[in-house]
Design a protein around this ligand. Structure first.
Ligand code: TRP
Ligand code: SF4
Length: 331
């Protein structure tokens, strides 16, 4: 079945290995004839934390370069900035009229954000999922690949679509969620996160730096105190084995590592070296492609311009339909 695949990423900083292995590799796989792939930079969403204008602008183009170097092809995927399409904000406003506040206050990501930053509980944080619903419902996406943490937000988009359709007639498509997005652990074993620089591996780091970080900070099986103690790669190894499963090619090689760990035939240092060798195999082609486009800012602008036009054409159709149904006329 052909799909309209859509996903966004906030323009908060450059991508890291977690985004790359957990998300972008999947995005690339959806680029197939018949699918419409829409991948955007959620620059409006990143305004909830109001970084400097230079940062917002800079991150946006750098992330587009990361996307392209990772294999997103502007000929095959629609790559755009959320803010290039004012109708998304318009749709967000319309959707907010059928969204109860209480439900938004109960969303876990909102609760976390206000706990983290109690001095800046702005309205944008509360309406964050409504804007996300506009991102998704505007182009009538059928499939939304997201990480675990975004599930309640996509659920909200589905519930808004249902509510609107019930009240105003069939308009929106209920998107399916794809949550097999992989949770990639950072060096401390917690989810690798852009906002937690200490646990992340940046895509721009050189292989020697990555090696040093894994050797120094990568948490393994803390119950494995001596080299002769058998380890538990599956349940206790925090930051190394789970990444082996993602980057080490071939079932046989992965099983060999797990077995060697279980039988204490491999030490964690050697295991980390092997991991970084395998990370290098996926990262080096990316880094080479990234160097190619590092100063092609005109090209990036062109990609965003063309992507914006294509995405806008799709979204405008939906917004026109919505205006009509709710009684808004543009004079
Ligand atoms: N909130 C998402 C995140 O933080 C980014 C995002 C914004 C998004 N709009 C979206 C993801 C629409 C999927 C669909 O990762
Ligand atoms: Fe983890 Fe490898 Fe050490 Fe086993 S040997 S605990 S898999 S780092």
């Amino acid at each position: 079945m052909s799909q309209i695949v859509l996903s966004g990423i906030r323009a908060t900083s450059r991508l890291q290995l977690g985004n790359f292995l957990g998300a972008v590799i999947n995005f690339v796989k959806f680029q197939q004839p018949g699918n419409t792939c829409m991948y955007f930079i959620a620059d409006l969403h990143s305004l909830t934390t109001m970084e400097s204008p230079e940062e917002i602008r800079g991150n946006l183009t750098e992330i587009v370069k990361d996307y392209i170097a990772a294999g997103l092809d502007p000929e095959q995927s629609i790559i755009y900035a959320q803010s290039s399409i004012p109708e998304i904000s318009e749709l967000c406003l319309y959707l907010s009229m059928i969204q109860q506040v209480g439900e938004l206050e109960r969303i876990p990501t909102f609760k976390e954000k206000i706990k983290k930053n109690p001095d800046n509980v702005n309205l944008g944080l509360l309406t964050y999922p409504v804007l996300m619903a506009a991102d998704i419902l505007g182009p009538k996406a059928t499939l939304v690949p997201v990480g675990e943490d975004q599930v309640p937000n996509v659920e909200l988009a589905r519930s808004l679509a249902r509510k609107f359709n019930n009240r105003f007639g069939e308009t929106f498509i209920l998107p399916e969620m794809m949550t097999e997005m992989i949770r990639v652990p950072g060096l401390d074993g917690k989810k690798m996160s852009k906002s937690d620089a200490d646990n992340a591996i940046e895509l721009s780091m050189t292989i020697p730096v990555i090696r040093e970080r894994y050797l120094k900070f990568g948490v393994t099986d803390i119950e494995r105190k001596l080299r002769s103690d058998p380890g538990d790669p599956y349940k206790r190894c925090q930051s190394v084995y789970p990444v082996h499963e993602l980057v080490t090619v071939g079932e046989i090689e992965i099983r060999a590592i797990a077995n060697a760990c279980l039988k204490a035939e491999i030490g964690c240092v050697e295991c980390k070296h092997q991991l970084v060798d395998n990370i290098a195999k996926v990262l080096e082609p990316f880094q080479a492609a990234r160097v190619e486009i590092v100063d092609k800012n005109d090209f990036v602008r062109e990609v965003l311009h063309e992507g914006g036009k294509k995405a806008r054409a799709l979204i405008i159709e939906t917004v026109k339909e919505v205006r009509e149904k709710i009684g808004i006329v543009i004079y």
